[in-house]
Design a protein around this ligand. Structure first.
Ligand SMILES: Cc1cc2nc3c(=O)[nH]c(=O)nc-3n(C[C@H](O)[C@H](O)[C@H](O)COP(=O)(O)OP(=O)(O)OC[C@H]3O[C@@H](n4cnc5c(N)ncnc54)[C@H](O)[C@@H]3O)c2cc1C
Length: 596
């Protein structure tokens, strides 16, 4: 049976020591935040994930979701777990107090999100999407819609879902066919079919609020003619109570490789009543609020699964006896040494850990920047933070999910053949991790977003939001001997990132294929360098702690050792990635289509 221990100490390190979140008193909602509140919230969230959600993970995978005549039921135990989740107030954590929220920062929510993804990803998808739908409605809907729908979503009594995909339209949303006809009474009749809608139907909330992209009859073709509609499963009276069912039906559910506990639904809208969110034909911009948040959240899914996979692989590697250490027996009294003595097993474990802890630091750092964009009193500070969030969102989505999947695969590898056997639990993490590379914009599309939109933005303004602070950090430590081994590697890698950015900007302008052909490599390269920056900063904190003989030396030393592994064994991949980028588009585009 797999195990899961919430990585509380690492979150405390990141929030209290690395970022020192309690110093941001001038941000709205941060005034009551101190280290002990942070620790107790994380501990409470961790306990819930370990004790309530994790025990349902394997059984939920085995049992899966059931469909019967339009009704969908989630696996045994999920409903009760959701009730406990709601009663503990987790859905309202970061929401606006005006609608019943607690107004707490995203940076404290990030650990809870990761722990839910580790403990039970299928369970987490419904509340995760609700949070995104809340944000889209909060930012773009009229006051009337907000008052009517948000309080119940904030409490968790109702959920929210995102309805973009249709059979002929996945990546290319310009192909959407779902229709919206004004009903002359301030509402619209929505007709069409959406596929692959996560939690489109389920039996854990009293109502489901569908955010549906559709077209008005006179809308321009393509993405400029898409509007966003709020379509409740059950219609809502003016006093907020539930009325009759809307014409929203689940036609079937999909049978999938992973996330078996999460319903993936075909949803049919047959003149369903919908309400416009935002402006006519500006639906995609409004939906991007939800999608950007969802992209960050999906990135965390990759990290969460990688973490739980690592934890089990590490336990197994210390327990399983096979072969002898190359430089002599480590445990002569035993019939063989444990797997953890072998360099290749250590390489796999440290690759997982180097990713997990670097990605976790970057996720917490980004969540803090998201808070700054929403809560800082100074417009310039908000803008600077937003530049970074814009740049990093496709990187987090694609890199965390690619590396997360590879990491769960390494976790399986460490178990040898047992990793492939269901009862050990490791193959579930790999199956569950795979979807995150596909949904919320396939990872190739994230890379195109990075090179096509984010890199050229205002002649590199978004890029500078990373390059400038990283260069400053390197400059600050240039004579610091203790930091030399981190600083030098970061300096070289940052140079590579700048070279790659210049190459793409120079060559992609005249021929977009040049940018697109190297876009995935560029995204990975940038991810590694940004994580290198996180690792160098974490190393700085650990060096100080070790110098001061702080307690918990094992923790700081292990973090420093992982930082060294990242700098010497993971970051150097940037050199190969650069070589591939400047290899250009010709080798990619030369082959004739008929030869494939
Ligand atoms: C389990 C599951 C849950 C989902 N949940 C939701 C949900 O809740 N709501 C929702 O609306 N959708 C959902 N989806 C749909 C998901 O977001 C889409 O499957 C995804 O966006 C890709 O669309 P597609 O499958 O049509 O692939 P396609 O768009 O056909 O793409 C196929 C491949 O081609 C590549 N490609 C496509 N166009 C380009 C291009 N211009 N340049 C380069 N490469 C390109 C893509 O990267 C991809 O690798 C879900 C899907 C699954 C499987």
């Amino acid at each position: 049976m797999p195990q899961y221990r919430a990585p509380i100490r690492d979150f405390e390190f990141l929030l209290n020591e690395f970022l020192d979140v309690s110093q941001y008193k001038d941000l709205k909602g941060f005034d009551t935040i101190d280290q002990s509140l942070i620790s107790s919230l994380i501990a409470e969230g961790g306990k819930f994930c370990q004790e309530v959600l994790f025990p349902l993970n394997q059984s939920g995978d085995d049992e899966g979701v059931k469909f019967d005549k339009g009704k969908v039921s989630v696996p045994k135990g999920f409903k009760e777990a959701y009730r406990s989740y709601v009663e503990a107030g987790w859905p309202s954590f970061t929401c606006d107090p005006e609608y019943g929220g607690q107004g707490l920062p995203e940076v404290i929510n990030m650990p809870i999100t990761e722990m839910i993804c580790s403990a039970n990803l299928s369970f987490g998808i419904t509340p995760g999407l609700t949070h995104g739908a809340y944000n889209a409605i909060y930012k773009h809907a009229s006051d009337d819609l907000k008052k009517k729908y948000l309080p119940q979503m904030v409490s968790g009594n109702w959920s929210g879902v995102m309805c973009l995909t249709e059979p002929q339209c996945g990546t290319d949303l310009g192909l959407i066919r779902t229709k919206a006809i004004p009903d002359g009474k301030n509402a619209y009749k929505i007709s069409g079919s959406k596929i692959f809608i996560s939690s489109g139907e389920q039996d854990i909330t009293d109502n489901i609020i569908h955010l549906v992209l559709a077209r008005l009859p006179d809308a321009p073709a393509g993405v400029k003619g898409i509007s966003l509609f709020l379509v409740p499963k059950i219609l809502v009276k003016d006093d907020g109570s539930l009325a009759k069912a809307n014409n929203v039906k689940c036609g079937s559910i999909e049978h999938k490789m992973g996330i078996h506990g999460s319903p993936t639904c075909v949803m049919n809208y047959d003149e369903a009543t919908g309400f416009l969110v935002g402006e006519v034909n500006k639906g995609l911009q409004a939906m991007f609020t939800m999608m950007n948040e969802a992209r960050f959240y999906v990135g965390i899914q990759g990290l969460g699964l990688s973490e739980v996979s690592y934890q089990n692989a590490a336990i197994y590697a210390k327990d399983r006896l096979q072969g002898r250490a190359l430089k002599g027996h480590k445990y002569p009294d035993k019939p063989a040494d444990p797997l953890v003595v072998h360099p290749d097993v250590r390489r796999m474990l440290l690759t997982m850990r180097g990713f997990n802890e670097g990605a976790r630091a970057l996720a917490c750092y980004t969540a803090l920047q998201i808070d700054i964009t929403k809560r800082h009193p100074d417009e310039k500070a908000r803008q600077q933070a937003d530049d970074f969030v814009q740049l990093i969102t496709p990187i987090i989505k694609a890199y965390f999910t690619d590396a997360g999947f590879e990491s769960t695969n390494l976790g399986m590898q460490i178990y040898g053949g047992h990793g492939y056997i269901k009862e050990w639990g490791m193959e579930q993490y790999t199956r569950d991790a795979r979807i995150a590379q596909l949904y919320e914009g396939a990872n190739g599309i994230q890379a195109l977003d990075l090179v096509g939109r984010k890199l050229p933005k205002k002649t590199g303004k978004y890029l500078r939001s990373f390059f400038h602070p990283a260069s400053k950090f390197i400059e600050k430590h240039k004579d610091n001997e203790k930091m030399a081994e981190f600083n030098k590697e970061l300096y070289k890698a940052l140079g590579v990132a700048q070279q790659a950015s210049l190459w793409i900007a120079a060559n992609g302008l005249g021929n977009p294929d040049e940018a697109a052909a190297g876009s995935v490599e560029y995204l990975r390269l940038m991810a590694l360098v940004v994580m290198g920056y996180m690792w160098a900063q974490m190393a700085e904190v650990c060096i100080q702690k070790l110098d001061n003989n702080s307690s918990d030396m094992l923790f700081y030393q292990a973090k420093l050792d992982t930082a060294k592994f990242f700098m010497k064994k993971m970051l150097p991949y940037v050199y190969g990635l650069l070589a591939s980028i400047v290899g250009g588009s010709k080798p990619v585009m030369a082959m004739k289509e008929e030869a494939f």
